[in-house]
Design a protein. Structure first.
Length: 180
């Protein structure tokens, strides 16, 4: 996997689903690209909890138009919140014309997603995405940064142990806060 510093090393891309700060799914993969990975955690939430999530908050680079259409075909009640990728403004008139044409011919779920993400309410909802990033940061502070094992099965075990530790510490913190 190509790393941020430009080097190529073994690495794992870990997808995490966190409602209210608790980790309900954690799924490692060796793919560097996040696209087409959102459907797996959503299906795991459905399988484990028996309920389809009401909304999905994902990084902008993680969601493609095909991902949005595929997710909404399987779960029409799911609202996807993912910021659209920024596009250059200093382009030719022909490029702008092609963008407008593409937008007019987008599938309805993608048009609905663009309309949703243009609203101020969607930006407020998307701010909750930082809770997942907090889970990543807290696990990384507990040694989740480098995997000292090989193989997807053993990496998945390490991920599950970190998720369990995170959830137990989070529950303990909430119990202490409720007792006060």
């Amino acid at each position: 996997m190509k790393m941020a510093d430009g080097a190529t090393r073994l690495g794992w891309n870990v997808q995490v689903a966190t409602p209210n700060g608790f980790i309900v799914t954690i799924d490692p993969t060796d793919r560097r690209d996040d696209s087409n990975l959102a459907e797996g955690p959503v299906q795991q939430v459905v399988d484990r909890c028996g309920v389809t999530p009401q909304r999905l908050l994902a990084d902008g680079a993680a969601m493609t138009q095909d991902d949005i259409v595929g997710l909404l075909q399987n779960a029409p009640e799911l609202a996807v919140y993912s910021p659209p990728l920024t596009q250059r403004q200093d382009v030719t008139a022909e490029t702008l014309r092609k963008r407008v044409w593409k937008r007019q011919n987008e599938p309805a779920p993608v048009r609905d997603w663009r309309t949703r993400m243009a609203s101020g309410a969607a930006k407020l909802v998307y701010r909750r995405h930082k809770l997942t990033e907090h889970a990543h940061a807290k696990m990384k502070n507990r040694g989740f940064g480098r995997m000292l094992v090989n193989g997807l099965a053993t990496v998945r075990c390490i991920c599950l142990l970190h998720a369990l530790a995170h959830n137990l510490l989070n529950a303990h913190r909430l119990r202490l806060a409720a007792a006060v």
